[in-house]
Design a protein around this ligand. Structure first.
Ligand code: FES
Ligand SMILES: [Fe+2]
Length: 395
């Protein structure tokens, strides 16, 4: 059985083991609202560049970054119906990557012999997903909880460190009372939780057990999806918000997180809620960007407490904590403790899957349940007996 090292886990470029592994799953690559019909844009995911465009009828397509003729970047071309035409000499490609016109070749056209790379694309939950793997294309997993009635909001942020640091952070509840001091998480920060993890059919569940017997559950769906519920700051939200996030490398030194949240809001309150969120996002967009503030904090020019008023404070706190580990955290130099239990389990699952792939075995087939157990609010359905059982779990 091939032993997987941390370096292997962090590298996702074409042909790498972790890159081959992540490409076996549909990945979100762009927010649906960020691509209007008739527009195209260049994207980089896991080091691979490609063109994402939306046909005039609204269907999104992903094809190669460059034209097969003399290599012009296709995204600067013209979207025509469901095709994209190169800006340079007008070669035209359909969404499957077939060249369908070579206007300057007149009677010598060899378009039927030219094909560029194309990827399957689907739109779901306000995001555009692309399948970048080889062979048979799996179905895009549905997440029925996210399809429930409420207000759905998708957004994206970029973090300047290796994606795996953010993956690990998702099942690292012990960071809350420190990293997220003076934030919306303060409702949970009255003490430092005991952290336990458990392997499931979908990945890992993490229990964050607090001294008042409250238990917070965080679920991690293999290979790169985090989901939990959290207190929402707007008073019209009647339950804890449902959060789901995909950690997707741009390249090994930087990654995107695509987040979708479902808010339970009475129908008559929805328009106001959406307007407030929109206004909040617009206001945040006018501020010095999160990454720039994080750089100033890392350089000792600012402290997190100086920017605690910022609406992006939770993101900023995580950004600082994760980039403070370095762009590539040195896991060979760590001193892990019992609070890292869920992180250890998650690494173990990843290493097993990578090892299977390296040795030609089929990695485990993860099954996402239609519903995950989610106490909404503290201690809603976690009994004292359950809390005691979790506290006893072997680490
Ligand atoms: S480079 Fe695209 S048509 Fe010539
Ligand atoms: Fe965090």
């Amino acid at each position: 059985m091939t032993k997987i090292d941390f370096d292997t886990m962090m590298k996702t470029g074409a042909g790498t083991l972790a890159g081959r592994y992540l490409r076996r799953f549909w990945q979100p690559v762009l927010l649906a609202d960020d691509l209007k019909p008739g527009f195209a844009m260049p994207l980089k995911i896991m080091g691979d560049e490609f063109t994402l465009y939306r046909g005039e009828g609204g269907t999104p397509h992903a094809v190669a970054h460059r034209c097969a003729h003399r290599g012009a970047q296709l995204s600067v071309g013209f979207v025509e119906d469901d095709c994209i035409r190169c800006l340079y000499h007008g070669w035209k490609y359909d969404g499957a990557g077939n060249c369908v016109e070579q206007p300057a070749e007149h009677e010598h056209s060899f378009a039927d012999k030219v094909k560029i790379k194309a990827y399957p694309v689907q739109e779901y939950l306000g995001m555009i997903f692309v399948y970048m793997g080889e062979g048979a294309v799996p179905e895009l997993p549905r997440l029925p909880e996210m399809e429930a009635d409420g207000v759905l909001d998708a957004y994206m942020y970029v973090r300047e460190c290796n994606y795996f640091q953010n993956i690990e952070n998702g099942v690292d509840e012990a960071h809350l009372p420190f990293t997220h001091r003076s934030s919306a998480f303060d409702v949970l920060n009255h003490d430092v939780p005991k952290v336990r993890g458990e392997i499931t059919d979908y990945g890992v569940v993490q229990y964050g057990l607090r001294s008042n017997e409250a238990v917070r559950l965080t679920h991690f769906l293999m290979p790169n999806i985090l989901t939990f519920v959290h207190p929402a700051s707007d008073p019209v939200v009647t339950e804890w918000a449902l959060y789901m996030s995909w950690r997707v490398p741009i390249d090994d030194a930087i990654h995107k997180s695509f987040v979708v949240e479902l808010f339970t809001v009475a129908p008559e309150e929805r328009a106001g809620f959406v307007a407030r969120r929109r206004a909040g996002k617009a206001k945040t967009a006018e501020l010095i960007p999160t990454a720039e503030i994080a750089r100033q904090i890392l350089a000792g020019k600012l402290r997190l407490r100086d920017v605690a008023h910022r609406p992006d404070i939770v993101n900023l706190q995580d950004h600082v904590a994760q980039t403070a580990q370095g762009v590539f955290a040195d896991r060979d130099a760590e001193c892990l403790g019992s609070s890292d239990h869920a992180v250890k389990l998650l690494r173990q699952l990843w290493m097993q899957d990578l090892s299977d792939l390296a040795d030609g075995r089929e990695p485990k087939r993860w099954v996402y349940p239609d519903r995950l157990r989610r106490p909404r609010g503290l201690n809603e359905d976690a009994s004292a007996a359950e809390a005691a059982a979790i506290a006893q779990m072997a680490v």
